[in-house]
Write a protein that binds this ligand. Structure first.
Ligand code: NAD
Length: 542
């Protein structure tokens, strides 16, 4: 069913309440099958007003949605990877065609600034196009070395795992649902997506566009409702689970996946460090810090919450960073007038305010920000820069996930690396230096899934061909790149012999056969070693 676009406006967008209700009717894979369930209000964070509601599904509803996807997936698997790529290209074009409407919807659900909605918007066509280009070759059968040269053969096929469950968070509802869903689909799986209950409409609209692009109905289904009920039911029903959210919930989900013996990837929290070296361009680094710390009001898993600047440039950097930050404007309009949008809900606002108050009470200095801004909207908080933050205070110990950063001087590059690594997390890090080779060298010493040099996060995220994920408490597995697709397949080895079974032929005694096998494996190993040595010598002599 396609939602008809009619005139009317919620807060100056093109969306009407009726259209959002129609989207809610797509939950669970049927037009109205679950609409009589209890409802949960979805609000526009900038004003706190309700804009729509979604059904609170039960465990049985989720099981049914997964079964529906399982039943539909064979039709999808009959479509070749090359044809799936064409559908992905059509999907990318549709997303671009509906840009303004989708940007409005992202802002309506999240309260973020328009420019930050754009950042997540452009990611989706880019990811669709990447997997359209690479998917077919990544899924092609591969020849591997057989056990015995000439007389045996081995090949690997990549079969879909079945139905993939995706649990996504509210902070980037547009790209964090699609960045994991698209490779799962390309690999020939069905997908059941559970967006966060605060941000369901973007996911519903995207699945609708996937269907319009040519994905058969019911292959991708959105389920909505309470996280512990719907999320947990999903983990119990699917063949693979991709989770993006807090490390705390990630542990619960990974434990449940482990009990069910299904594979999973976990994209979790971070406490990301930024290192500013003594040769860095200070103005660039200050601008980079503003982008890295305050994009989406700091509600970004990759954002910087700790900055370590070499002491010889510390004061100059701090001054420039504070000055740049004080230029930022707060607001929630559906245009590009505001630099920073709203926080998502009361819980986030209180968490951010508590972190700043705790640091302030224990002696931290607030250089700018540190205040709620109810004059702009109920959930706005100023971008905040702290120094002298005690190690036992909340922003030193926990992820804030808001517009708050601590800046500390360090006396050497070694100290900066040590401070950067002093965390249980390891999602993203950033290094600033005039010497990119030095930056790459330092990046190797930082324990993190991604390290960006002379950028905070975008240069790493936008490298869709390269894997992205966390170490330590930041997660398990990788999204993006070949790794992001290969997690969704079961590699199957098919091996064959030209001479029948690999055991002694009837006329040959077992002892003779065993000696022959041992001698031939020794010979094979020696031949391989000689070939390796020869190729090393040839490379050296060239
Ligand atoms: P959260 O863990 O509370 O919720 C994330 C998702 O899990 C939501 O869809 C929620 O409904 C669902 N959920 C809640 N309880 C569940 C349960 N028991 N079983 C299954 N699903 C359940 O996360 P949040 O606080 O809403 O999001 C912010 C966190 O997410 C931050 O820590 C942030 O760093 C992290 N995050 C990580 C990434 C990444 O890519 N690494 C991206 C965005 C956000």
């Amino acid at each position: 069913m396609a939602v008809s676009r009619t005139q009317g406006a919620i807060f100056g967008t093109d969306w009407t309440r009726a259209e959002l209700n129609q989207l809610a009717g797509l939950v669970g894979g049927t037009e109205d099958g679950v609409t009589d369930r209890n409802k949960l209000a979805v609000t526009y964070p900038v004003t706190g007003d309700e804009v729509g509601d979604i059904p609170l599904l039960t465990q049985a509803d989720v099981e049914q949605a997964v079964e529906r996807s399982r039943a539909a997936v064979s039709e999808w698997q009959d479509i070749s990877p090359d044809e799936r790529a064409e559908i992905f290209d059509r999907f990318a074009a549709l997303v671009e065609q509906h840009r303004d409407e989708l940007l409005d919807l992202i802002q309506l659900e999240t309260g973020k600034a328009r420019q930050h909605a754009v950042e997540e918007f452009i990611d989706v066509p880019m990811t669709a196009s990447y997997y359209a280009e690479k998917g077919p070759e990544l899924l092609a059968d591969e020849k591997r070395a057989g056990a015995v040269p000439v007389i045996s053969r081995a090949e690997v096929t990549y079969d879909p795992v079945g139905v993939v469950g995706i649990i996504s968070p509210w902070n980037y509802p547009f790209n964090l649902s699609m960045t994991d869903l698209l490779p799962a689909l390309m690999a020939g799986n069905g997908v059941v997506l559970k967006p966060d209950e605060k941000t369901p409409f973007v996911a519903l609209r995207l699945v609708e566009l996937l269907i319009e692009a040519g994905v058969p109905e019911d292959v991708c289904i959105v389920v909505t409702g309470d996280g512990p009920v719907v999320g947990s039911a999903l983990v119990d029903a699917v063949d693979y689970i991709t989770f993006t959210g807090s490390s705390e919930t990630g542990r619960i989900v990974a434990e449940q996946a482990g009990r069910n013996l299904i594979d999973c990837s976990m994209e979790l929290g971070g406490k990301n460090p930024m290192v500013v070296l003594d040769d860095a361009d200070i103005d660039l680094a200050a601008r980079g810090a503003v982008h890295g710390c305050f994009t989406n009001a700091g509600q970004l898993c990759l954002s910087m919450e700790r900055i370590y600047a070499r002491e010889d440039i510390f004061e100059e950097f701090l001054e420039s960073f504070v000055a740049e930050t004080e230029q930022l404007t707060l607001g929630g309009d559906f245009d590009y007038t505001a630099d920073i949008g709203s926080l998502i809900d009361e819980g986030q606002l209180e968490r951010v305010a508590n972190h700043v108050e705790d640091a302030r009470e224990r002696g931290a200095t607030v250089h700018t920000g540190g205040r709620k801004r109810p004059d702009i909207g109920p959930l706005f908080y100023e971008p905040t820069i702290l120094t002298d933050v005690p190690d036992d205070s909340l922003p030193a110990c926990e992820e804030t996930f808001g517009p708050v950063v601590r800046v500390e001087p360090v006396s050497s590059t070694g100290d900066a690396i040590e401070a950067a690594n002093d965390t249980d997390y390891g999602l993203n890090a950033s290094v600033w230096t005039a010497d990119r080779s030095r930056g790459h060298e330092i990046a190797r010493q930082i324990e993190s899934g991604t390290v960006c040099v002379n950028d905070a996060y975008a240069i790493g995220w936008a490298a869709v061909d390269a894997p992205m994920g966390g170490v330590g408490d930041s997660g398990i597995g990788r999204r993006h790149g070949p790794e992001g697709l290969k997690r969704y397949v079961e590699p199957k080895t098919i091996a064959s012999s030209a001479l029948g079974p690999m055991n002694a032929p009837p006329a040959v005694p077992d002892s003779l056969f065993a000696r022959g096998m041992i001698r031939s494996t020794q010979l094979l190993r020696k031949l391989k070693k000689s070939a390796r040595n020869l190729s090393v010598t040839l490379v050296r002599n060239n």
